[in-house]
Design a protein around this ligand. Structure first.
Ligand code: NDP
Length: 296
């Protein structure tokens, strides 16, 4: 019997646990606060920002929604981030991707104070993660690790195939899973668009994690019996509904479910975990900055 992993339920239990940490902070006179900075007018980014703001509010975390005209000079963004870095009442800062072409992505990553970098993408924090001493684990990889933990799947000694080598998902996830630490100790293979014979890799894996953005990239024929399948992909496909589209992952769910011992759906798998882990990092940042033990 295949277990369909309920990401919404796992995320809800993480948010529940965070309620106590938020209360501890408030007892100490600290309200954790996340500032989101948006410098584009894309509908998808707008949606992400409003979800993040709402998630914070539901947990009693302060949320500041900073908007910058996409046509404004790059310095306006960097000055804004510098102001947020300097503010004691702001504990986490997230610059929503993408920023306009005239703003250097690399400079954005380095602009946020590493202590407030709740995305975990500042070069200093990337270095700490690779060194096995992460300050903030990036939200999606951390969410995947938590899903596995919740599912009772210990990666130790397992063959794990991660498909996708982006800096925000594939690389940090592969790193976390290979580390000599709880939730790690796996033998990790990182596949990408130049991988020769992807199926040969996925077929010998105990755990397959796809973070690519290609519909039906992984199907049941590419899996062995009892594989754990985590689908990070989010893809829009045309649908006969009000929106005109529906969301689907990288994995052909129906055929993969025939082989998998456990599998995440899309939507309702990794997505809610990413949101929950942003709250986790914000609470962690507030605890560290205020010198309060938030027990995470
Ligand atoms: P990127 O586009 O940055 O990276 C995609 C990766 O997939 C690249 O490494 C690319 O290889 C690889 N790839 C592309 N085509 C193939 C192929 N045919 N076979 C094998 N590998 C391939 O994407 P992101 O990492 O930002 O996101 C990946 C997916 O995850 C997207 O669908 C995104 O929407 C989703 N996502 C979901 C989140 C969630 O919360 N559920 C959060 C973040 C992202 P190469 O490096 O060679 O180009």
């Amino acid at each position: 019997m295949t277990d369909v992993i309920d990401g919404n339920a796992v995320a809800a239990s993480i948010r529940d646990d965070l309620t106590d940490s938020v209360a501890t902070l408030k007892d100490a006179g600290v309200t954790p606060k996340l500032a989101t900075v948006l410098m584009n007018d894309k509908q998808a980014s707008e949606t992400y920002i409003s979800m993040k703001q709402r998630d914070c509010e539901e947990l009693g975390i302060g949320a500041e929604d900073v908007r910058i005209d996409p046509d404004a000079p790059a310095e306006e963004l960097f000055d804004t981030v510098a102001d947020l870095n300097a503010r004691e009442d702001v504990h986490g800062i997230l610059v929503q991707d993408p920023t306009p072409d005239h703003v250097s992505d690399e400079r954005v990553l380095s602009a946020v104070d590493p202590a407030k970098d709740v995305d975990g993408f500042h070069p200093e924090n990337v270095g700490k993660l690779v060194g096995g001493n992460a300050r903030f684990k990036p939200c999606t990889p951390h969410g995947v690790q938590k899903l596995l933990e919740h599912e009772g799947v210990d990666p130790e000694g397992k063959d794990v195939v991660v498909v996708g080598r982006s800096n925000i998902v594939g690389k940090p996830l592969a790193n976390l899973l290979m580390q000599k630490a709880d939730g790690g100790n796996a033998t990790v293979t990182l596949c990408h668009s130049r991988t020769d014979d992807l199926a040969a890799h996925t077929r010998r894996a105990d755990i397959v994690i796809s973070a690519v953005g290609v519909v039906d990239l992984v199907d049941g024929s590419m899996l062995s019996e009892d594989t754990v399948v985590i689908d990070v992909g989010i893809n829009r496909v045309d649908a006969d509904n009000d929106k005109g589209y529906r969301l689907t992952g990288d994995v052909d769910f129906e055929s993969a479910k025939e082989k998998a011992s456990a599998i995440t759906p899309v939507p309702g798998g990794v997505g809610p975990m990413t949101r929950a882990m942003l709250l986790y990092n914000t609470v962690k940042a507030a605890g560290e900055q205020a010198g309060v033990d938030v027990d995470l």
